[in-house]
Design a protein around this ligand. Structure first.
Ligand SMILES: CC(C)(COP(=O)(O)OP(=O)(O)OC[C@H]1O[C@@H](n2cnc3c(N)ncnc32)[C@H](O)[C@@H]1OP(=O)(O)O)[C@@H](O)C(=O)NCCC(=O)NCCS
Length: 194
């Protein structure tokens, strides 16, 4: 059997680092805050805030590295060593040379560009160290904060995927954003408007 993936520690900025999930009180508190958010639980975190649900969430993140399906990381603010969000690089289509990314930041830490800095750091690592040719993001057209995050991290909009996936009990359109190994980092100039 293949070895588990090694989730790295990455320095995104002077005040931001990315690291593997732990069962520390701070990481469980992050999951609890995310689970109480009005947007994050729809697809990404448990919708209940019990300690057991938070523990199972962290164990699922570890399982993804064990199964070699992706690299889940916690986004940590270094100045007070506080976990503020989550970002993952997912490898379902890696045999085709593609990986996708997902991210969230808890409400108490939003509005400071944390997601864009974390996304730019993971993208650079994936392109330069893992040599993945193409990175993809799926963003709902109403989600302006995520669209700006993608653009600031150098992802370009390639179009609207109609009725692309089921979120909750409705099928949703998604913008496809991508960044290629052959491109240098610049803020995206192909953008879509919702
Ligand atoms: C998307 C998300 C990760 C962004 O987190 P963040 O790092 O705090 O992002 P910021 O609040 O700094 O916003 C980034 C940009 O979006 C803009 N923005 C934020 N909220 C906005 C809104 N409601 N309408 C329009 N623009 C908005 C900001 O002004 C900023 O733009 P700038 O780069 O031009 O200055 C966060 O909002 C989140 O966790 N949302 C819920 C989960 C989610 O949607 N994940 C992504 C799924 S694809």
């Amino acid at each position: 059997m293949d070895d588990a993936l090694r989730v790295p520690h990455l320095r995104a900025t002077a005040d931001l680092e990315l690291r593997p999930w732990s069962l520390s009180a701070a990481d469980l508190e992050l999951v609890r805050e995310a689970s109480a958010d009005d947007l994050i639980p729809i697809t990404m975190a448990p919708a209940t805030s019990s300690r057991e649900a938070a523990t199972r969430f962290v164990e699922r993140q570890w399982q993804r590295a064990t199964d070699r399906t992706g690299y889940p990381m916690v986004i940590v603010r270094r100045r007070d060593n506080t976990p503020v969000g989550s970002i993952g690089l997912w490898l379902k289509d890696i045999d085709e040379g593609r990986a996708s990314l997902g991210y969230w930041v808890v409400r108490s830490a939003r509005g400071h560009g944390v997601a864009a800095d974390a996304l730019a750091a993971v993208a650079l690592w994936a392109l330069q160290e893992l040599h993945i040719p193409r990175l993809q993001l799926y963003v709902e057209p109403w989600n302006r904060a995520s669209i700006r995050t993608a653009e600031r991290a150098g992802f370009e909009c390639e179009g609207l995927l109609r009725s692309w996936q089921k979120v909750g009990n409705r099928r949703r359109d998604m913008f496809m954003y991508a960044r290629l190994a052959t491109e240098t980092l610049a803020e995206a100039d192909r953008v879509c408007t919702g």
